[in-house]
Design a protein around this ligand. Sequence first.
Ligand code: NAP
Length: 207
Amino acid sequence: MAKRKQGLGWIEWLRGWMYVIYEMLFQRITASHLHNPLELPPLSDLTCIVTGSTSGIGREIARQLAEAGAHVVMAVRNPKAAHELINQWSASWHGLPLNIEVMQLDLLSLDSVVTFANAWNARLAPLHVLINNAGIFSIGEPQKFSKDGFEEHMQVNHLAPALLSILLLPSLIRGSPSRIINVNSVVSSAQLITLTRILLPLLEEEK
Ligand SMILES: NC(=O)c1ccc[n+]([C@@H]2O[C@H](COP(=O)([O-])OP(=O)(O)OC[C@H]3O[C@@H](n4cnc5c(N)ncnc54)[C@H](OP(=O)(O)O)[C@@H]3O)[C@@H](O)[C@H]2O)c1
């Protein structure tokens, strides 16, 4: 009988890391033809939820969507910071008033995800775009677990956005054709392989 493969080979592992390094070195060149900021069409018919929109990529996504006329819901763990941003954006914006609101969401708490989704679904309003942008990436820190018992990266980057997406499906269906956009990292292609290498032998032992 053929011997079962215990994990992914070094070629897959190497391919994952090559992909990450390629992206790091050539991203600027391959994206240099894109306008900055990207010009968005009028989006006044869309309602978009953006998680983690108080900083970085999410903040820019939320601002640009709002300036294009979308109804933007900033799903954040720090509502005060979100309100301050809205005030700043409104002060420097010369178009129609920005249609942005803030709702609290802490992905480190699955209760918070459920509360958020229930509150949103209770409006019986359509949701057109859910952007799962919030994420964490800590290097060199001790492993930490959420109060739900999951490793924090796993919960914030994967489990909580998955739960949020599933729970918001009734509103997304109401807004159909709707989209779920997951902002992620190419590093996941290497990390997933690393994780698989660790998990596969454990799963084999369980059998
Ligand atoms: N920047 C990059 O080069 C890069 C590369 C690859 C992938 N990404 C991915 O792109 C996404 C955005 O990255 P970024 O660079 O813009 O990161 P960032 O500036 O650190 O912003 C991350 C956002 O996620 C929020 N967040 C963190 N933990 C949360 C939690 N428990 N509940 C709710 N929100 C939480 C943060 O909220 P606070 O403001 O309250 O901290 C922040 O608004 C992430 O998913 C990241 O993995 C980024």
